[in-house]
Design a protein around this ligand. Structure first.
Ligand code: COI
Length: 336
């Protein structure tokens, strides 16, 4: 059995090699390149493919894999919004993902963004660099007693809700079209997104990006929020309309934002521009230069434990698929 692995980062090499040494019946080869119509050629002669990337998967790349007789693709992450499901269906692919690799990695990161924003850490950092150790006027706000609105309560959202409620003593409210039975005893669910927008002081997004949720947080949604609300997005950039966020920050409706993902982050994150001014995206620059906006470059997932689990789970799944075993983690590509 031969598996070709695309987009292997330096930090993935050790777990991948360890996995290969524990699975001598599988022969693997890999590249640091992501899967494109050009690099797809590397997979010729292999039985299956494992991949991870933030850039969209092109139809041409999938067609090439199909032409090489490859029909099984395992991604080492959870989000499958980089695929056009029609392409996958046209070329009869079975796609698997890693739905749970470390919910804490992302939930903890989201909670740090809340803490850093409310205690105005970026402003203290700036003062510190200038040798200014005065308190005023950088007075903070406590999370305790605030209403935290959690949109999406799957694996990650539910850990975040617990951290906020039991760790910080916030009042947590949540909205989900499919409420999580494990959270029902907490009595946190509200009936509509509007209710959550109207009541929350801090709103944190933990939903996948499905087509109907594109720009879920737009000017209209922001107009329903409380004056001085905070927005945290560690889910998908497309959930928040960056221009509406900029307008909300300008008007003061939004007091601050913690963003691990951004609309149009592809082509920016994972690159080194040397300076913020060199980034070819005006909205990004506008947000990045604000003291009340914290941007992290899609790193909420990026912990040793998560990376290990992503590699192992995706490779185990691809091996099981190729062995003809029924496997978990199969993505329902027929849903759209
Ligand atoms: C995901 O798991 O979908 C992420 O956003 C992480 C990243 C490696 C793409």
């Amino acid at each position: 059995m031969k598996i070709y692995v695309f987009g292997v980062r330096g930090d993935e090499e050790a777990p991948l090699k360890k996995w290969a040494s524990e699975n001598p019946d599988v022969s693997i080869d890999y590249t640091t390149d992501i899967l494109t119509s050009e690099t797809a050629d590397n997979a010729k002669g292999f039985d299956g493919v494992c991949s991870v990337q933030r850039e969209p998967y092109s139809r041409e790349a999938l067609k090439k894999l199909h032409d090489f007789g490859i029909s099984k693709l395992s991604v080492r992450n959870v989000g499958t919004d980089g695929f056009d499901y029609k392409d996958l269906n046209d070329f009869s692919f079975t796609l698997t993902n890693v739905p749970v690799y470390s919910p804490n990695a992302i939930a903890e990161h989201a909670s740090f963004l809340v803490g850093r924003l409310l205690r105005r850490v970026p402003e203290f950092d700036k003062k510190f660099e200038n040798g200014n150790f005065k308190w005023a006027p950088t007075i903070g706000t406590e999370i305790s007693g605030k209403t935290v609105g959690v949109i999406g309560t799957g694996h990650i959202g539910s850990v975040f809700a617990r951290i906020m409620q039991f760790g910080y003593g916030a009042k947590v409210i949540a909205y989900d079209i499919d409420p999580n039975p494990a959270l029902e005893n907490l009595g946190i669910y509200v009936d509509s997104l509007d209710e959550l927008l109207e009541q929350a002081d801090i709103i944190s997004l933990h939903t996948p990006l499905e087509p109907q949720d594109y720009h879920m947080i737009d000017a209209d949604a922001i107009s329903k929020m409380k004056q001085g609300s905070y927005i945290i997005n560690c889910a998908r950039g497309g959930l928040v309309d960056s221009q509406a966020l900029i307008d909300g920050l300008d008007s003061g409706k939004i007091a601050g934002a913690g963003l691990d993902v951004l609309d149009n982050e592809n082509g920016i994150f994972q690159k080194d521009f040397g300076s913020i001014d060199a980034v070819p995206n005006e909205k990004f620059k506008n947000l990045a230069k604000r003291d009340n906006v914290i941007i992290t470059p899609h790193t909420a997932f990026y912990t040793k434990k998560a990376v290990h689990n992503m590699v192992y789970e995706a490779m185990d799944t691809q091996k099981a698929l190729l062995s003809g075993e029924i496997t978990k983690n199969i993505v329902d590509t027929k849903e759209f």
